[in-house]
Design a protein around this ligand. Sequence first.
Ligand SMILES: [Mg+2]
Length: 189
Amino acid sequence: MTTTHTRTHTGPKLAFVDTETTGLDTERHEIWEVGLILRDKDHDDTEFRWFLPVNLSTADPFALKIGGYHERHPNGYDAAEDNDERVAFHNQFTDEFARLTRGAHLVGAVVSFDEERLRTMLQGFGHLPMWHYHLADVENLVAGKLGILPPWDSDELSLAVGVNPEKFHRHEALEDARWAMALWDAVMS
Ligand SMILES: [Mg+2]
């Protein structure tokens, strides 16, 4: 799925990103959804979303519930029969993601979580992740701007810069990427 929003930018190439996974363990658990919004100089913001096939036998049922796997993934048990979204092949996804994010700064909420898993997946399919090694955690940016000490609550940080978290369907990958972009814009504008 690809959507373009007309808006031109100056500044660095940014990749707002979020993943939904079958759990928190890097060994056993897998990414089942990826949301990406690419912001590049002189280009419109462009949104991407991929569903990926996963091995459910080792999944954490709580993690599946949080992200709504069975309701939203085309292979989910409760997914509508008329859900015509396709499930991407890993080699196709990793090829597209590596190409799109080359030279970008990854931006997200605790983006190190997503980066570690995406890096491992890309490398496993023979790609060299070429995003910038400076990752941008939007929650850290908000906390730094306002001088808020940890532990942090995502909703409180969001409200502190005027972004209503309830406007986003949190725990859907593309919506979480949109929320991260809203926090970035609130801090940087
Ligand atoms: Mg998420």
